[in-house]
Design a protein around this ligand. Structure first.
Ligand code: PEP
Ligand code: MN
Length: 264
C-alpha cells in the first residue's frame, strides 16, 4: 500500500491553516532532543516563529541507553509543550514509546514520532494504524529500507495514511560518527513509495559541526524535509547536546536549506 506502484500520487499530509507536508514543499522540524522546562520551550518557540518554522520537535518520553540518563518530563511536560505551541500556531512532533501512551498523548500531539528503537514494535505500529493523527516513522537502528517499508505498511494498512518516513542513520562498523546517515536511502525511498521522506541529520551523524553539510546533502538527494535538534545552550541540553545546534547555527542552517531546496 505504501508503494508508488499502488498509489501514483504523492501523499499529502494536511495540518490545516495552509500547512502541509508533501513532495514539492520543503518542511523543517526543529527543537530540542528533550523537552526540559517552560523557559526552554518558550525560547525555542520564539526562535522557530522568527524563522517561520511551523513544527517543533521534542521528546517527553525518552528512550535512553542508560536508565540513569534523563528520561523526559512525561505527560505533564507534553501538556505544557502542546499548550505553548498551540498558542503560537506551532505543531508538535513527539515520540510515543508504547501502546499505553497513545491515548493519553493523543489530545496533546500533532505528530506521533516512532523512534528508531521501536520501528519494529509491531503492536505499537498496529495501534498507530488506528489513530487519526500523522505519524513520523523512523528507520530502525539496524533496519533495512525494506524493513522500514514493511513497518510503514503496518500503519498504513491499519487505516492511518498520514504517514511520513524518516532516515536517521543506521549503525555500521564506522565509529568516527554516531551513526551513518544513509543518503542512498533517500532516492530509493522516493522512488519506491509515495510517502514524504524526512531526514534527521542530527542523529544521522551525531556531531554538531557536520549536521549542516549532511542536511544540505539530504536535500539535494531528494528529501522532502529535515528534522534536527536545536537548543539555546546545546552544551547544557539534557540529552544529545553534542549533535545539537545553537539558535544562531540553526538560523544559518535554515537559510542554507531553503536556498538549497530552491536550487534542486
Ligand atoms: C530523538 O529523536 O531524539 C530520538 C531518540 O531519535 P531516534 O529514535 O532516531 O534515535
Ligand atoms: Mn535526540
Amino acid at each position: 500500500l505504501v508503494s508508488r506502484k499502488w498509489k501514483v500520487n504523492p501523499t499529502v499530509i494536511d495540518f490545516g491553516d495552509g500547512l502541509q507536508v508533501k513532495e514539492g514543499e520543503f518542511t523543517i522540524m526543529a527543537g530540542p532532543c528533550s523537552i526540559e522546562n517552560e523557559d526552554q520551550i518558550e525560547k525555542t518557540i520564539n526562535h522557530l516563529v522568527s524563522q517561520n518554522v511551523r513544527f517543533m520537535r521534542g521528546g517527553v518520553f525518552k528512550p535512553r541507553s542508560s536508565p540513569y540518563s534523563f528520561r523526559g518530563l512525561g505527560i505533564e511536560g507534553l501538556k505544557l509543550f502542546y499548550e505553548m505551541c498551540r498558542a503560537q500556531g506551532i505543531k508538535i512532533v513527539t515520540e510515543v514509546m508504547q501502546v499505553s501512551q497513545i491515548a493519553e498523548m493523543e489530545p496533546y500531539t500533532d505528530v506521533f514520532q516512532v523512534g528508531a528503537r521501536n520501528t519494529q514494535n509491531f503492536n505499537l505500529l498496529d495501534e498507530l494504524g488506528k489513530v487519526d493523527k500523522p505519524v513520523l516513522l523512523k528507520r530502525g537502528i539496524s533496519g533495512t529500507i525494506d524493513e522500514l517499508l514493511y513497518s510503514a505498511e503496518y500503519i498504513f494498512s491499519g487505516g492511518n495514511e498520514k504517514l511520513m518516513l524518516c532516515e536517521r542513520g543506521i549503525r555500521t562498523y564506522e565509529t568516527a560518527s554516531r551513526n551513518t546517515l544513509d543518503l542512498n536511502a533517500i532516492p530509493i525511498l522516493k522512488e519506491k513509495t509515495h510517502l514524504p521522506v524526512i531526514v534527521d541529520p542530527s542523529h544521522g551523524i551525531g556531531i554538531r559541526e557536520y549536521v549542516e553539510p549532511m542536511a544540505l546533502a539530504a536535500i539535494m538527494a531528494g528529501a522532502d524535509g529535515i528534522i534536527y535538534e536545536t537548543h539555546e545552550k546545546p552544551e547544557e541540553a539534557a540529552s544529545d547536546g553534542a549533535q545539537t545546534l545553537s539558535f544562531s547555527e540553526s538560523e544559518r542552517l535554515i537559510r542554507k536549506m531553503r536556498k538549497t531546496f530552491e536550487l534542486r
